[in-house]
Design a protein around this ligand. Structure first.
Ligand code: VGL
Ligand code: ZN
Length: 209
C-alpha cells in the first residue's frame, strides 16, 4: 500500500490518561507512538482526535453512586459503559502524548465535550444524532480514505471506523499502531465488526512511500 493524496492519517486519542500510568490506561498503549510517528512523516494529511470531557461527565462512574467503573448504565441514548474520570478538559491527562510528533497535524478534533453524552466516534456522538463535522471537513478537502491509528481499538477506533464506512469513506486500521482496552473479548469482537464493515486491517510496514 502507498499513501496517495486522498489519504488522511487519523491519530485517535493518544493522550496521557490512556497511556500506562494514566487514569484509563490502555495496556501497552504507549507502543503506538513509534509507529504513528513513522507514519506521520509520510502521510499526505494528518488529523488528530482528543477525548475532551468536562469535569463530571456522564460517562464517569463517579457520577453514578451505585456503579463501579466498567459497569454499564442505561442512558437516554442507550447503554453506556462507565469509566474512571479521564481526559478532563485542561488537565495533564487530557494532553496529547508528549512523544507524538504532531507538527504536521492539520486538525485537532475534540470530542465528548458535552457533559451528558459520550462520543467514541470522531464522526458522531453516542446519541447517534449530533455530528462533529468531521465528515464535512474530510469531504470538503477531498479526503476519501482514513488510515486509523491510536487508542482504543475496541472503543474509539471501532466506532470511528464503522461510522467512516457508513459515511462512504475507505478505511484501513493499522494493527501495530492501535491498542485496545479489551474487556471480555471486546478487541476480537471489534476486529470482527470492522472486518464485516469492509475495513482493511494492515501493518504499518506495508505502507510504502
Ligand atoms: C475511549 C473510553 C472512554 C477511547 C474514550 O478513546 O477509546 N474509551 N473514552
Ligand atoms: Zn472518554
Amino acid at each position: 500500500m502507498r499513501f496517495t493524496e486522498g489519504d488522511v492519517l487519523v491519530v485517535v486519542d493518544v493522550q496521557n490518561d490512556f497511556l500506562p500510568g494514566g487514569a484509563l490506561a490502555v495496556p501497552d498503549g504507549d507502543a503506538v507512538i513509534a509507529p504513528i510517528n513513522r507514519l506521520v512523516r509520510r502521510a499526505p494529511h494528518v488529523v488528530v482526535t482528543q477525548d475532551w470531557h468536562p469535569a463530571g461527565h456522564a460517562s464517569f462512574a463517579a457520577q453514578h453512586p451505585e456503579r463501579a467503573p466498567f459497569e454499564t448504565v442505561p442512558m437516554p441514548y442507550g447503554e453506556q459503559v462507565l469509566w474512571p474520570d479521564h481526559c478532563v478538559q485542561g488537565t495533564h491527562g487530557a494532553e496529547l502524548a508528549a512523544g507524538l510528533d504532531l507538527d504536521r497535524a492539520e486538525l485537532i478534533l475534540r470530542k465528548g465535550t458535552r457533559s451528558g453524552v459520550d462520543s467514541y466516534s470522531a464522526f458522531m456522538e453516542a446519541d447517534r444524532k449530533t455530528r462533529t463535522g468531521l465528515a464535512g471537513y474530510l469531504c470538503e478537502r477531498g479526503l476519501t480514505r482514513l488510515v486509523l491509528t491510536g487508542l482504543a481499538t475496541d472503543f474509539c477506533i471501532l466506532w470511528t471506523a464503522l461510522d467512516a464506512r457508513a459515511e462512504g469513506f475507505a478505511v484501513a486500521v493499522v494493527e501495530d499502531a492501535v491498542r485496545g482496552i479489551d474487556r471480555d473479548g471486546s478487541v476480537s469482537r471489534a476486529w470482527y465488526a470492522m472486518c464485516e464493515a469492509g475495513v482493511d486491517r494492515i501493518d504499518s510496514r506495508e505502507i510504502q512511500t
